[in-house]
Design a binder for this molecule. Sequence first.
Ligand code: SAH
Length: 357
Amino acid sequence: MTLKASLKRRILLDGPISIADYMSDCLLHPEFGYYTTGTPIGTEGDFITAPEISQMFGELLGLALVQAWLDQGSPAPFTLAELGPGRGTLMSDLLRATASVPGFHTAMDLVLIEASPRLRARQAEALSAHAPRWLPSVEDLPQQPLYLVANEFFDALPIRQFQRAGEGWRERRVGWDDAGNTLMFGLGAEVQQPALAHRLQDTREGDLVETCEVACVVTEAIAQRIADHGGTALLVDYGDWRSLGDTLQALRAQAPADPLQDPGQADLTAHVDFEALALAARAAGCAHTRLSPQGVVLERLGITERARTLAAPLDGDPLAALIAAHRRLTHPEEMGNLFKVLGLYPAQSAPPAGLEP
Ligand code: SAH
């Protein structure tokens, strides 16, 4: 049995499935899921993320979080959390960079949320010196101040797609094409979508919008902790302020692939609709920063100074690699502009370093 065969059976029994159901199966199916069975991240994987490019990424986000903790009066105890920590690299760099801040490590309760058992094992190895614990979901985050980071987590959450049709919407679904023996996209019947009522003003016939309910539920739970107990969250991902157009994409061996080809074998992501996350945060009584490009935020946090320090003892290939990593993380034509940062913080506090209210 393959995931394709299992999806075919399900579609023939129940009819076409939503993109969200398709993404969930492809990424997290217990037997065939991409994250459950593969080694997706890193130079030998299908994609490379910012913390895997350079230690500077995790260090600077860590220092921004620790600064927020100091500014908020060094509350103790507090939760230090990461969503979807991958290979544990970001958290490991963050913990090294913050080790000399008095009281920070002793007051922290290190919590990780990770769906993949394989990646949990990687994280346990990378962070063995710090006794992390894994929680099943953000709902389980302790009722105490929360300092949280998430990089490329929200883009892996299942989205639904809707195409504007008159004053309603047709959901884009995944069906089965018997003749071609393949999965195929199709459109459901025209229905009203109360959750998309506000998008009737800024879309036209045929426009496609994406929604991600899980992302809103997750953000609201984080924002609730921060509003109730203090803390800060730094959410980093590719995406923009408001969803418009089809952004579902597959990546395999660091090259674009067809999202319906070989389900479970490629990484599937969609751009993050940060406006939806900001609205969810506001609904929980939490403030959010302006959405800012990753390159700008890293420059404000001092990435060039840090790169100079790391460069001092280097020459040859290691120096060239460091310069390339700095460019890749910050340059507008590389990750600098595509990736964005949204900060969440208590309404009565200052916004986190590197970000604007
Ligand atoms: N933050 C890491 C990894 C990004 S990949 C980095 O920057 O390198 C996405 C991560 O989120 C993986 O660790 C994946 O297993 C995890 N993930 C995806 N969907 C998840 C879900 N629904 N719940 C918890 N973790 C999830």
